[in-house]
Design a protein around this ligand. Structure first.
Ligand SMILES: [Fe+2]
Length: 242
């Protein structure tokens, strides 16, 4: 199982800050049944240029990989493989940003897109429609459960009709107040992906396995397999291992 949305890389954003905690998060991922993790630190177009971001990501990843290689061989064998990506914030001229190829998940052409937290305008949906027609890249809408309460359902339907996959956080299934809605959305095929969006030991934890168990129990194993297949499809493996 792949967790395709995580903030595990040390010191990259408001997620994990130190290598020891990153290792602990990887151990927790493994206990959840996750054998592949995608590191997706935030990338903000207005705050940082792509070159600086990629250099920081590389340096952070090197520190983590070095720490992994210092572990005993038997412990290394019980950590997930990894891929890199980013959680990219929305910008109206996204279609003109050639740098997107460096922000995709694994070696594919999907990237994780964080839309604004306020009410989405029709203009955003139109710009996404234009984006889909002009570039080879495909956004995955991250953590819809964080803002679906105040969006027009027609805008979400429009995104689905454009062929844009939607990701929910695992926690949407673990919390009682959102579980029913999350299960209905998965059952109707309106949600393609589940991921933890884990932030650190004191924040959002790796909890994908627990959420998948709920999907299997309530909707049957085929729906859980569908979610897992989508994670493989949007992030083809580069074959990197710990
Ligand atoms: Fe995130």
């Amino acid at each position: 199982m792949t967790d395709l949305h995580t903030h595990i890389l040390p010191g990259m954003d408001d997620g994990v800050q130190d290598v020891e905690t990153s290792l602990e998060m990887l151990r927790l991922e493994w206990t959840q049944g996750v054998d592949r993790v995608v590191f997706t630190p935030h990338f903000h177009w207005q705050r940082e240029n792509i070159k600086t971001f990629l250099a920081r990501r590389e340096e952070s990843l090197s520190r983590l990989v070095e720490a992994i290689h210092r572990l005993p061989r038997e412990e290394r064998a019980t950590l997930p493989r990894w891929e890199v990506g980013a959680e990219v914030d929305w910008i109206p001229d996204l279609a003109q940003r050639e740098e997107l190829c460096q922000l995709c998940l694994g070696r594919g052409n999907y990237f994780l897109l964080e839309l604004p937290f306020g009410l989405w305008s029709g203009q955003i949906v139109r710009q996404l429609c234009e984006f889909m027609g002009r570039t080879p890249y495909i956004p995955v809408i991250s953590h819809l459960d964080r803002y679906w309460d105040w969006q027009w359902s027609s805008h979400i339907t429009d995104l689905l009709q454009l062929g844009i996959p939607i990701q929910l956080r695992a926690t949407a299934l673990l919390k009682l107040f959102s579980r029913g809605r999350a299960l209905r959305a998965i059952d109707r095929g309106q949600v393609h992906l589940l991921a933890s969006d884990c932030q650190g030991i004191r924040g959002q934890l790796p909890d994908l396995g627990r959420a998948m168990d709920i999907v299997k129990r309530r909707l049957g194993p085929e729906q859980a397999h569908r979610l897992c297949r989508w994670a493989e499809a949007v992030c083809p493996s580069r074959g990197m291992t710990t």
